[in-house]
Design a protein around this ligand. Sequence first.
Ligand SMILES: NC(=O)C1=CN([C@@H]2O[C@H](COP(=O)(O)OP(=O)(O)OC[C@H]3O[C@@H](n4cnc5c(N)ncnc54)[C@H](OP(=O)(O)O)[C@@H]3O)[C@@H](O)[C@H]2O)C=CC1
Ligand SMILES: CC(=O)N[C@@H](CCC(=O)OP(=O)(O)O)C(=O)O
Length: 321
Amino acid sequence: MRRHMMVAKVFIDGEAGTTGLQIRERLVGRRDLELLSIPSERRKDVAARAELLNAADVAILCLPDDAARESVSLITNDTTKVIDASTAHRVAEGWAYGFAELSREQAGVIASARRVCNPGCWPQGPIAMLRPLVEAGLVPADFPVTVNGVTGYSGGGRAMIEDYQSKGDEAPEFMPYGLTLKHKHLPEMQKYAELTRVPLFMPSVGNFSQGMLVAVPLQLGILDKVPTGAQLHAAIADYYAGLPSSFVEVAPLAAVERTAELDPESYNNTNRMRLHVFSSDEKAQAILVAVYDNLGKGASGAAVQNLNLMLGVDAATSLAA
Ligand SMILES: NC(=O)C1=CN([C@@H]2O[C@H](COP(=O)(O)OP(=O)(O)OC[C@H]3O[C@@H](n4cnc5c(N)ncnc54)[C@H](OP(=O)(O)O)[C@@H]3O)[C@@H](O)[C@H]2O)C=CC1
Ligand SMILES: CC(=O)N[C@@H](CCC(=O)OP(=O)(O)O)C(=O)O
């Protein structure tokens, strides 16, 4: 007797963009999904989008913020579930934060949510490193956190990709930005790392396509009770050790001058994230570093991980990369 598999209808609104295309590529061979699609020339046609948004079991929004808000308003039924890859709903009421490794409960929260926002690429690393330390009481919530990092130019979407690729070697090798200190990722970084002060954040773009590295240097000497590097590392490692289907790994505590492991491209085309702790107990200093793919765990990988959770599919097997 043939067994009937439940086939979920998925519509990627913005499927022609950087994130949308990558999600499509990750889903296209799946027999448990039917991908609903709009002809490219009608991709901004509101009526066509409304029809597919309402026909979908899950809509994945890969759009600029305003268009993502519009998509949500076009859903008139109470059955379509939404994963929004934009910044529009990251700290909004009624939306589950789509970083499944945020806590022991978060995968379950995502699995039962109707509205899930994918995390921003930049905040995921700092949140993954700081939240365990704040929860363990090793770093206080009001610690003056600074964050810096480098991403490949695909982080800026189609316009930035075209700009860098047309300039080639003439494009800047390294370009700090966010210099007005108002980066759109600050609210979610602060909220989900459980900080009471807004972090000071300086991102930068490198002349490479994808992959990212985010660093959080800690001047621990200002604390009354200074944690050791081993304590920081143990708190982070313990946090992720027991999580089912975690895509966050913690590198061994290492006293090294340099390591090729801090290549921002090292986890490209995967849904993985690797966390490092470097420290000097003598100086009461530490540097936390996260390496992941801005288009993988930072965007399309996380979206597929969330989709799997919402559909009750085993994320570990379908996201093995
Ligand atoms: N790139 C990255 O690393 C990450 C991106 N994100 C977020 O994901 C979202 C998509 O980003 P990204 O894929 O990089 O962006 P892109 O610019 O590459 O793609 C956006 C897509 O949406 C289309 N679009 C724009 N306006 C509308 C509209 N009103 N109706 C329907 N389609 C529309 C665009 O078409 P057209 O090009 O013709 O205007 C384009 O195809 C953004 O919110 C972004 O911030 C999240 C995490 C990481
Ligand atoms: C290089 C570059 O410009 N990167 C983008 C972040 C990309 C991203 O993650 O955007 P979402 O917030 O929509 O997820 C930026 O810093 O604004």
